[in-house]
Design a protein around this ligand. Structure first.
Ligand SMILES: Cc1cc2nc3c(=O)[nH]c(=O)nc-3n(C[C@H](O)[C@H](O)[C@H](O)COP(=O)(O)OP(=O)(O)OC[C@H]3O[C@@H](n4cnc5c(N)ncnc54)[C@H](O)[C@@H]3O)c2cc1C
Length: 407
């Protein structure tokens, strides 16, 4: 009988396969898509930010409520181990000025090709267009080939690595939730993470400035602030700086119905310095020309300023507006456009080896577990670290003589 069935050929599943096959176990991976790791390849389009070089204490703090759960797993498989693993596949890595770690090629495809080659060499079978539909009464996974009927797929142990719920067209559509809930497994509702937000822009803002970037701005929500870039879209605001605050904005919207974001259009200048410039007489200049000349506000920045009401005449009030333009976020964009998701299998449903307590012999890894993280390499690092831990848990489970008569 097959030793291990892995369902989901994303980074978590493929990494666990790499570890388990290296131990000599017979591994088959199934995936519902025509080819593996589509989201990983999509991540490669942005340079493939594999992990981050900051110290471990700060690193694990990025996982918010899941810090305690992920901390030992990332301690066991830290960023340096991920970089070493890449080197072992012939991909050098480098650390950018932001501390983010990338493969030298800035792409996912060369790494994935080398990874799949090694899996094949180690005897791992990959079956694409095979969808997991649930479990048979005896706990065996049911797998349906395209156009076929679901058939049980016996294995000594099974790893679920089905991903979260964002970008479903890349494969992870979270259709597995009902199959696990039927087995009494608690699932936290999926919500968008690292996403943009809807803003009720005026017609001018939509018509003239959709698609315009806001560069080197500061964003603040509550206690948290970031400096970066955002993009005005027809329906709201998106981009790196918005994503960095998205968990907090989303949580505030869920609690209060909307969330206030403050945009600092000139984070490098103090309000006092801006007010001094704005105290110069305007003369016959239009307000737009005056704002352009005194504080170098471009048309999109001026439009944002006006979205918050008439431009204040008083230099101090105007400087204060430039330092904190209020923008009301009404709702996150849909999960289908989010980079990642929050929610998934509740963390108290798995044991230390990431086995589902209510389904012995079935393990889970990756974004389908209930943790979330900002962009910056924290997502992939947690996928690899959970894939690593699940492989260890599964291997120990089989070594202890389990799985021979079940599944
Ligand atoms: C645009 C974009 C850019 C990103 N950039 C980065 C980045 O630079 N750095 C970073 O750290 N993270 C990035 N991420 C996030 C990262 O790609 C994901 O966190 C990661 O791919 C999740 O890995 P996973 O193995 O858990 O799941 P996935 O990669 O989602 O893989 C799950 C697999 O399971 C399969 N599957 C799902 N349901 C079934 C089923 N019922 N039956 C069979 N197979 C099924 C899917 O087809 C899929 O292949 C990015 C994401 C996006 C969308």
């Amino acid at each position: 009988m097959l030793d291990v069935l892995i369902i989901g050929a994303g980074p978590s599943g493929l990494f666990a396969a790499d570890r388990l096959a290296a131990e000599g176990l017979a591994v088959t991976i199934v995936d519902r898509m025509p080819s593996p790791a589509r989201k990983f390849l999509m991540a490669g389009r942005g340079g493939l930010n594999l992990t981050h070089s900051e110290g471990l204490a700060a690193f694990v703090g990025r996982y918010r409520q899941a810090e305690a759960f992920l901390s030992p797993l990332i301690g066991d498989f830290p960023p340096e181990a991920l970089a070493d693993w890449c080197h072992g596949l012939g991909e050098e890595t480098f650390t950018g000025s932001s501390g983010r770690v990338f493969p030298a090629s800035m792409k996912a495809s060369p790494l994935l090709r080398a990874w799949l080659r090694r899996l094949e060499k180690n005897g791992v079978k990959l079956l694409t267009r095979h969808r997991f539909t649930g479990f048979a009464d005896d706990g065996t996974a049911l797998i349906q080939h395209e156009n076929g009927t679901p058939e049980s797929f016996p294995a000594r142990a099974t790893l679920l690595a089905l991903g979260g719920a964002s970008w479903p067209r890349l494969g992870s559509d979270a259709a597995w939730v009902s199959a696990l809930e039927e087995r009494g497994i608690g699932i936290s509702r999926f919500r968008p993470a690292n996403c943009g937000f809807r803003v009720a822009w005026s017609a001018v803002m939509k018509d003239r400035f959709a698609g315009t970037p806001l560069k080197r701005i500061g964003l603040r929500h509550g206690e948290k602030s970031v400096i970066g870039e955002a993009l005005i879209s027809e329906s709201g605001l998106e981009g790196g700086a918005v994503y960095a605050l998205s968990a907090e904005l989303r949580d505030t919207i869920e609690a209060d119905g909307s969330a206030l974001l403050h945009v600092d259009l000139r984070p490098a200048k103090t309000a006092a310095a801006l007010a001094r410039r704005l105290a110069r007489p305007r003369g016959k200049q239009s307000v737009s020309t005056y704002l352009k000349k005194t504080v170098k506000l471009n048309p999109a920045e001026q439009a944002l300023l006006r979205e918050a009401g008439p431009i204040p005449q008083d230099p101090d009030a105007l400087a204060a507006r430039i330092k904190a333009v209020p923008v009301t976020c009404a709702a996150p964009y849909g999960i289908e456009r989010a980079i990642s998701s929050a929610g998934g299998i509740r963390l108290d449903e798995v044991d230390e080896g990431l086995m589902l307590v209510k389904l012995p012999g079935v393990f889970a890894a990756g974004e389908m577990l209930d943790w979330e993280a900002p962009t910056g390499g924290y997502l992939l690092q947690a996928c690899f670290a959970t894939g690593h831990r699940a492989a260890q848990g599964l291997s120990a489970y089989l070594k202890n003589g389990n799985g021979d008569h079940t599944q």
